[in-house]
Design a protein around this ligand. Structure first.
Ligand SMILES: Cc1cc2nc3c(=O)[nH]c(=O)nc-3n(C[C@H](O)[C@H](O)[C@H](O)COP(=O)(O)OP(=O)(O)OC[C@H]3O[C@@H](n4cnc5c(N)ncnc54)[C@H](O)[C@@H]3O)c2cc1C
Ligand code: SF4
Length: 502
C-alpha cells in the first residue's frame, strides 16, 4: 500500500544537471552522476509521492504509458527500497527501460493525478524513477541474459536494428525462435545510434543491451541492406517470418524557399549522423558548426538535438526557428485538458546552453554569397492556420517587414515524410500509404504474407517508447503465426492512435 500522504512530505525534484559550462565541452550525458546511495535515497522520496490511485492514468490508455509500465507497483517497491523486485516488474513490460528512462517525453507524467492541480506540487517524477531502477538493475547485476529453454526450430529475420527491431528480436529469441537482425548501417541501433545525440543517451547503454541480446542468442548482421545485399528471394527462402522495422527516415525537405540549393543548407539528419559518428571515433564531420552562425529550422525535438550538437561543436551562434507562436508555459485546459499531452513550451537542456529561439517566424529566402554558399536568412513574422474545409496548413506573413540574420550553416529539422523508398518493399510487393507508412492488418501482417511491420515504419516518425511497444506486440503476432499461440505480451494494437508527442 502506497503512502497516501507522500506527496505532502516531499516536493517534486528533477535530477540535477551538470554545469552548463562543463557539459557543452563534451558529449557526455547532461544529467549529473549523483553517487548511487544519494541518488537512490532521493529517488525513494520521489517514488513515495505516488498515491497508487484507484485508476492510474499514468500506466496505460491513450494518455498514459504505451508499454503499460506498472508504474504504481514499481513506485511502491522503490519507496520501500525493494530494487530487485522493482527491476523485475519494470522489465516485465519494458525491454529497454534505460532507453525510455533517458529519452521518453513521459506522457505518463502528463497523465499523473498529481499533475491536475499545481497545489499538489506536480506529477511524480516517473521517468526519473524508471531510469534509476534501470541503473540500479545494471549496477547490482540484475540484468541477466534470458536464454530460451526450448527451440521452436523457426527462423525469423528482423530488418532494422532500431528500438522496434531490437524489442521484437529480443522477445522472439526469448520465445525460442532463431532470430537474425539485419542492419544496413555499419553499427547497430537505428536512430538510437546515429540520430539521438550522446548528450541525451551515451551509446554505452545501447552496447550493453546489445551484448545481452547476443548472449540470449539473437544474431546480428551489419552492413547488409535487405533487398539489395540479401535478395527478397533469399530472405523468403531462408526465413519463416520477416519483421520490417525499417524506420521512417525520409527526411522532409524544403522544396519551395528560394536559395535552398545553396551550399551550407542541409537536412538535420545529415548533421546529426556525422556528429554521432565523430563521437563513435569515425573522424571529424564534414558538416561542422565550429565557428559558424547556425540556424536550425523547426521547433521540435530533432531541432533541439541539432541545437545542442551545434553548441558542442563550437558554433558562433545558434538560432532555432519555429513557425508556431510561443506556446504557453502551463497547460491550458481548454486546449489540452488533463490527462492528455499538454500543448506547452518544451524547453530542453540544450536550450539553456546559449543561443536563441524565435517563434512565429518563417524563412522568406536563403541568401547566398558570391561563391554559392549561404550567408544569411531573411525572416518574416507569420501566422499558421488550417483551411477549415480542406484541413490544409497555411503559413501566412503577418507583415511585409523582413529581418536578415547571419547563417553559415542551416539545418532543416522540419520532420519526416515516412519510410524511404527501397528495393526491399518493391520486391515484397508492398506499397506505402499516402502518408508514407507500411500498413498492416490487426495481426500486424502486411500485404505480403508472413511479413510483419512495427515501429516508425508502421506509425510514422514517433517515439522510442512506441517503437518498443510495437516491437513487443509484433513479436506476439509473429509467435502466433509460427506456433499457433503465444504467451508473449502485446501492449498495443496496430490501430492504437498515434500520440501527439513527436
Ligand atoms: C534526431 C532524433 C531525435 C529523437 N529523439 C527522441 C527522443 O529523445 N525520445 C524519443 O522517444 N524518440 C526520439 N526520436 C524518435 C525515435 O528515435 C524513433 O521513434 C525510433 O528510433 C523509431 O524506432 P524504429 O526501430 O522504428 O526505427 P529506427 O530507429 O529509425 O531504425 C530503423 C533501422 O532500419 C534500418 N534499415 C532501413 N532499411 C533497411 C534495409 N532495407 N535493410 C537493413 N536495414 C534497414 C535503418 O538503417 C535503421 O537503422 C528521435 C528521432 C530523431 C530523428
Ligand atoms: S516509458 Fe515513457 S511513458 Fe512509459 S513509464 Fe517510462 S517515461 Fe512514462
Amino acid at each position: 500500500m502506497a503512502d497516501p500522504r507522500g506527496f505532502l512530505k516531499f516536493d517534486r525534484e528533477e535530477p540535477a544537471k551538470r554545469p552548463r559550462t562543463e557539459r557543452v565541452r563534451d558529449w557526455r550525458e547532461v544529467y549529473d552522476l549523483t553517487p548511487p546511495d544519494e541518488r537512490n535515497a532521493e529517488v525513494r522520496h520521489q517514488a513515495t509521492r505516488c498515491m497508487d490511485c484507484g485508476i492510474p492514468f499514468c500506466h496505460s490508455g491513450s494518455a498514459g504509458c504505451p508499454l503499460g509500465n506498472l508504474i504504481p507497483e514499481w513506485n511502491d517497491l522503490v519507496r520501500q527500497g525493494h530494487w530487485a523486485a522493482a527491476s523485475d516488474r519494470l522489465h516485465a513490460t519494458n525491454n529497454f527501460p534505460e532507453f525510455t528512462g533517458k529519452l521518453c517525453p513521459a506522457p505518463c507524467e502528463a497523465g499523473c493525478v498529481l499533475a491536475i492541480s499545481p497545489m499538489s506540487g506536480g506529477a511524480v517524477t516517473i521517468k526519473r524513477v524508471e531510469a534509476t531502477i534501470a541503473d540500479v538493475s545494471w549496477e547490482k547485476g540484475l540484468v541477466e541474459p534470458l536464454v530460451a529453454e526450448v527451440s521452436s526450430g523457426q527462423r525469423v529475420a528482423v530488418v532494422g536494428s532500431g528500438p522496434a527491431g531490437l524489442a521484437a528480436a529480443q522477445q522472439l529469441t526469448r520465445a525460442g525462435h532463431e532470430v537474425t537482425v539485419f542492419e544496413r548501417d555499419d553499427r547497430l541501433g537505428g536512430l538510437l545510434r546515429y540520430g539521438i545525440p550522446a548528450f541525451k543517451m551515451e551509446k554505452k547503454h545501447l552496447d550493453r543491451r546489445l551484448a545481452q541480446l547476443r548472449k540470449e542468442g539473437t544474431q546480428f548482421v551489419t552492413g547488409c541492406e535487405v533487398g539489395v545485399d540479401l535478395t527478397v528471394e533469399d530472405l523468403r527462402a531462408q526465413y519463416d517470418a520477416v519483421v520490417l522495422a525499417v524506420g521512417a527516415l525520409r527526411g522532409r525537405d524544403d522544396t519551395v524557399t528560394p536559395g535552398r540549393e545553396l551550399a551550407g543548407v542541409h537536412l538535420a539528419m545529415e548533421h546529426l549522423v556525422q556528429a554521432n559518428r565523430q563521437v563513435e571515433g569515425d573522424g571529424p564531420p564534414e558538416i561542422d558548426a565550429a565557428g559558424k552562425h547556425v540556424v536550425v529550422i523547426g521547433g521540435g525535438d530533432t531541432g533541439a538535438d541539432c541545437y545542442g550538437t551545434a553548441t558542442r561543436q563550437g558554433a558562433l551562434s545558434v538560432t532555432q526557428l519555429d513557425q508556431y507562436p510561443l506556446p504557453p508555459e502551463t497547460r491550458d485546459d481548454d486546449v489540452s485538458p488533463w490527462p492528455t499531452w499538454p500543448y506547452i513550451l518544451r524547453t530542453y537542456p540544450a536550450h539553456d546552453e546559449g543561443g536563441e529561439r524565435k517563434f512565429g517566424v518563417a524563412v522568406k529566402r536563403f541568401v547566398g554569397d558570391d561563391g554559392g554558399r549561404v550567408r544569411a536568412i531573411e525572416l518574416q513574422q507569420v501566422r499558421v492556420s488550417r483551411d477549415p474545409e480542406t484541413g490544409v496548413r497555411e503559413v501566412v506573413p503577418v507583415s511585409d517587414e523582413v529581418e536578415e540574420i547571419p547563417a553559415d550553416l542551416v539545418l532543416l529539422a522540419i520532420g519526416f515524410d515516412g519510410v524511404e523508398e527501397m528495393r526491399l518493399l518493391d520486391d515484397l510487393g508492398i506499397e506505402l500509404t499516402r502518408n508514407g507508412r507500411v500498413s498492416c492488418g490487426t495481426d500486424w501482417q502486411t500485404d505480403a504474407p508472413g511479413v510483419f511491420v512495427c515501429g516508425d515504419a508502421h506509425r510514422g516518425a514517433s517515439l522510442v517508447v512506441w517503437a518498443i511497444a510495437e516491437g513487443r506486440s509484433v513479436a506476439n503476432a509473429v509467435d502466433q503465426y509460427l506456433t499457433g499461440g503465444s504467451d508473449l505480451p502485446a501492449p498495443v494494437h496496430p490501430t492504437a492512435l498515434p500520440l501527439a508527442v513527436v
